[in-house]
Design a protein around this ligand. Sequence first.
Ligand code: ZN
Length: 712
Amino acid sequence: MIEKQARCHLREPKKDSSRQQTMDDKLILESSTTAKYTGLKYLVSEFRLNSVERVIQKKGKGYRPDPSFRRDAVKQFQQRLHETTGQKINKLDLSIVSKYFEKFIEMVNEVLNRVYADSYEFNRICSDLAGYRGQGYVLLRKEPTLSYQHNPEIKADTFERLYRNALEQAARILLSDWMRRQLLTTALEIVHEDSNKLELLLARKRVPPGLIKEIREACEAVEKKGSVYYYALSVLRQLRRTLDETILTDRGEPLRTRGSQRYRVKKYLKENGRVMLRAKSLVEGWLTNGYPFETPLMKSFATDFSGSTENMPGQGYWYSWDTERENEIFFSIKLPAPVEGKPHPDNPYRTKNLTLRFFDWFPRAVKRDLEKAERAEKQGKHLRAMQLRFRAAKYADQHHQLRNTIDLQHATYQLARLKNRSDRDEETIAELQEKIQRLRDSRRCGPPRLVKRRKRLTLQIPFQPPHPELIDSILGDRTYSRRAGADRGIRVAIVLSTKNGSGYVDELVGFDHLIDKRELLRDQTRKLSSLVRKMRNNWEQKHPDMEHPGHLKKKESLLDAHWRKVRMIDREIARLVAYRTTWFCEEHGVKTLYFENLKSYKPPKGWGAGTLSWKLSTNLWAKVLDTTTYMRQALGHKYGGVWTVNPAYTSQDCHACGERGMRVEKQGARTKRPGGEYFYCPHCGSELHADVNAARNIIDVYQSSTVAGRTA
Ligand SMILES: [Zn+2]
């Protein structure tokens, strides 16, 4: 076996940076004081939007069936059934929302079209954007072709604040596309210079990491070299795909799957020297004539109001409390001119309005968590009680922030109206101004994001994370000094380990019931999707121009529902695993947590199909990593204190003596078995669960290969 050290790239975590890293390091919202402590911008909470008429069912523990749902009261029953079940948003509201989104997307795409129309202008605008710290719309609206004031056709179509949001969205798309273009041009130059690199790119299954690094470093447009790893990777994949496409179409073959593309292209490269020549000439052609870039368009059905930072009614959304129902809030959207809406009282938009309602679930969650905490305390579960108290305080804080924002919106609107009246009451005005100042100074939540997925509409509101003092008041004085390692287990979801003086504390975290459920669902999804594919092909052969029939549509929507469930379970697993990890760290005073990174992820030997109960996919692992970082940030750890390390040999080396050990099937066994559950070291005789050994090893591979806080 080749003796090889784990790769180490020592990189110091940045000490004075208070900015959170984003994909491109640009376009971040105004920083807050808490963000300085934690590195975290916002905690996002979701609220499902409902039509105004709808009775929101406040489900959960403590919910009892409504006694009015009785069989004898048929009429009443039917009436209530209509209000409480079925779609949360009725058809009319949904169609208005769809039109609103279509208008918004149309506007963003119009902005993009105007910018892309002239490639010189495009480059100038984008390089300006890349060097600009702040919100992109401020720059874009200075352009004569894009400004709201100078373009009557835009003015006629929409109101200023919505257009500003569209500009902001367009700025983000422009910047990321421009970055990709710059990187791709650099990539072309590099593979053109050295055809060995081109061959490596085409023949290897993995995109060569060295090439990614080289491109990142060579590209002038990219300021911060560390932050564009995934951009560079996807750019190389894109280049390879275009090359594959040409090579395979030359031979009259379809593209098929990525694996099959790679296999065939590699084969042809070996067989025929002309394939390589063809690739080279393609690269050269693109360098001289330009690569056939596609103009990006916005497709997603989401709007965020990030272009509207002040809490004024003009910004396009408006909150107001429902005075009749407890903790329910009306959310109104201002509609652009061509979309007809429905008026609603207590709202500044008159007919250009759509009002929906949502339930502010914070107070209920706070109450429930405090009850639970009390129970846990009685049972002697102090850590659990502390967790619950922390969560309750966090929700209470978020509720307060939401309340604050709503008050501020209303006060500002009221002030504007009072000022316009002929009989101005200076005293009230002064009072209001003072109130507004007070509300403005205290923290408040950020502009929301409106997301439409099929027939559901969600409001995501970003809240500022709890203040350090609030955290301290609940968790008490804490010292964080230890390091901990987290390893993806074979039998369990995650294995955690931390050094406790001379010994170790290990914890195996498994959620077998959820994982079994996920496997079952995945299995059903596979079967269902093959059935749907068969049915679809059958139908399309027999009736090429006809719409899919009802029975097929039913199966399709069933398949969608299955996928949704799988994703929901994934989220739940990630959340639970991250939660346990986070609190394990709190319990043991862990300052830095090390995860294996995903860049070098390869499934270990012996991971055969069906032999393992736990198959944590890379995607799910990334979710766990993200969620853990997020949760630790919310607890006041700067950038989450999560680092990723290269896991090379952590599962083969002995944690105690550092020598190469071996995997054995079970405790006490001495015959080598790759991928076995136990680890045995013939040098020092230590023997323990393989995952625990790996987790302990990860603690000491602390020379990180990425920047702290960056997750995959
Ligand atoms: Zn040993």
